[in-house]
Design a protein around this ligand. Structure first.
Ligand SMILES: NC(=O)c1ccc[n+]([C@@H]2O[C@H](COP(=O)([O-])OP(=O)(O)OC[C@H]3O[C@@H](n4cnc5c(N)ncnc54)[C@H](OP(=O)(O)O)[C@@H]3O)[C@@H](O)[C@H]2O)c1
Length: 322
C-alpha cells in the first residue's frame, strides 16, 4: 500500500510517498481502509522531532482519519467489516490502510460523511474540551481565540457561540477575517506579531476577556496575559509553536487561572472518546456546528499540505485523500 513516511527529523522535504507492507491487525486491532486522513499541526511537531520520538524512523505520519472496517484482529467483537469509523491519536494515518487499536475507534453515524468525520476528531474534541471543560463558557463571557480561522480556531469559535459567549478572534492576515466571522466571531483582529492587546482592551472597554485560548507561540503570550480580566482564565495549548519560557508566578497577573490543556489528558478513556465525539456528531447533524474544509490534497502531496499549514496561508481543516 502507499503511505507517507518521515525519513528523519526536519522540514516537509523529509516526507516521502512510499510503498509499505500491508498492515495486519493484531489482537485488539481493526484493519481500516482510510477514506480521509486529517492533517494536524501536531503532525508538524512529530516531523520536527517534538513528539513520538520513541517510534523509529522511517515511520508513517498522521494520527486522525475516517474510513471503513476491512477486518478485525483477535478479541475484537465490536466494529463489523464495512462499518464506518473515525479515529484520532492512532499513529500511521497518512496511508491507504491502517491497523488501529479498537479502543481508538468511534462509530460514525449515517448523518455524518467521511470527510466531516475525519475533520472533527482532533480539532473538534480539542475545541469542545477547551470551551466546555477547561473553561466552561457561560452566556455573556468574552473569549479571545487565537488563529481564529484555523482548524481548532473555527470550531472553538462556534462552540463558544453555541454556549452563549462572545468571541474576539485574532488572525494574521485580512483574507482570514471573513472566515472567522462566518464561524460567529463578533470581532476579528488582524495581527501577526502579538500586538493585539490594545485593540482587545478597547473593544472590552478596558475590562479584558473572560478566557484566552492561545496556541500561537511565544509572540502572543504576553499579550494574552495583558487582556485577561480579573480572575480570567488562560488556556495555553500550543506546544509546536513553542512556549514563553520559564514563568515567574510573582510576575503573572494576580488571581488568574492558567494551564496547559492537553488532548491526551481530557480524552483519556475510550468511553470519553466515544461520548465526546458522539456529542460533536450530534451538533454537526443538528446544524449547530459546521466543518470548513480548507484544502484536500492527494496523499502523495502531504509535504505540500505541511508546507501550506506552516506558511500560515491555510484556513479550516486540511485533509489527505489516499
Ligand atoms: N494541546 C492540545 O491538546 C492540542 C490539540 C490540537 C491542536 N493543538 C494546537 O492547536 C494549534 C492549532 O492547531 P490546528 O491543527 O488547528 O492548526 P491550524 O490552526 O489549522 O493552523 C495553525 C495556525 O497557527 C497559526 N500559525 C502557523 N504558523 C505559525 C507561526 N509560525 N507562528 C504563529 N502562528 C502560526 C496560523 O494562524 P494565523 O496565521 O491566523 O495566526 C495557522 O493557521 C496548534 O498550536 C496545535 O499544536 C493543541
Amino acid at each position: 500500500m502507499k503511505a507517507i513516511v518521515m525519513n528523519g527529523i526536519g522540514g516537509s522535504d523529509r516526507l516521502c510517498h512510499v510503498e509499505r507492507a500491508e498492515p495486519v491487525p493484531g489482537p485488539g486491532e481493526v484493519l481500516v481502509e482510510v477514506a480521509f486522513a486529517g492533517v494536524n499541526f501536531m503532525d508538524i511537531g512529530v516531523r520536527q522531532g517534538m513528539a513520538w520520538t520513541e517510534m523509529p524512523n522511517p515511520k508513517i505520519l498522521g494520527v486522525e482519519g475516517a474510513g471503513r472496517v476491512l477486518a478485525r484482529g483477535d478479541g475484537v467483537e465490536e466494529f463489523k467489516p464495512g462499518q464506518r469509523v473515525a479515529w484520532v491519536y492512532a499513529p500511521g494515518s497518512y496511508a491507504e490502510r491502517i491497523a488501529i487499536p479498537s479502543r481508538a475507534l468511534v462509530p460514525v453515524p449515517d448523518a455524518i460523511d467521511d470527510r466531516t468525520a475525519a475533520s472533527i476528531m482532533m480539532q473538534g474534541l480539542t475545541a469542545s474540551h477547551f470551551a466546555t471543560d477547561f473553561y466552561p463558557v457561560q452566556p455573556g463571557d468574552i473569549a479571545f481565540v487565537h488563529a481564529a480561522a484555523g482548524g481548532v480556531g473555527l470550531l472553538l469559535t462556534q462552540i463558544v457561540k453555541l454556549r452563549g459567549g462572545q468571541v474576539i478572534g485574532r488572525v494574521s492576515t485580512p483574507d482570514k477575517v471573513a472566515m472567522a466571522k462566518a464561524a460567529g466571531a463578533d470581532h476579528v483582529i488582524v495581527d501577526a506579531e502579538g500586538r493585539f492587546a490594545e485593540d482587545v482592551l478597547r473593544l472590552t472597554r478596558g475590562e479584558g476577556v473572560s478566557v484566552v485560548y492561545d496556541g500561537s507561540g511565544p509572540a502572543t503570550f504576553q499579550g494574552s496575559l495583558d487582556i485577561l480580566r480579573r480572575s480570567g482564565t488562560f488556556c495555553w495549548y500550543g506546544p509546536v509553536l513553542g512556549g514563553p519560557g520559564p514563568l515567574d508566578i510573582m510576575n503573572l497577573p494576580r488571581s488568574i487561572k492558567i494551564g496547559y490543556a492537553v488532548f491526551f489528558d481530557h480524552i483519556h478513556t475510550p468511553e470519553l472518546l466515544r461520548m465526546r465525539s458522539a456529542r460533536l456528531f450530534d451538533w454537526l447533524a443538528e446544524g449547530k456546528l459546521a466543518i470548513r474544509i480548507g484544502g484536500e490534497y492527494r496523499l502523495a502531496d502531504a509535504a505540500k499540505a505541511h508546507a501550506d499549514m506552516e506558511s500560515r496561508r491555510t484556513t479550516g481543516k486540511l485533509l489527505l485523500v489516499p
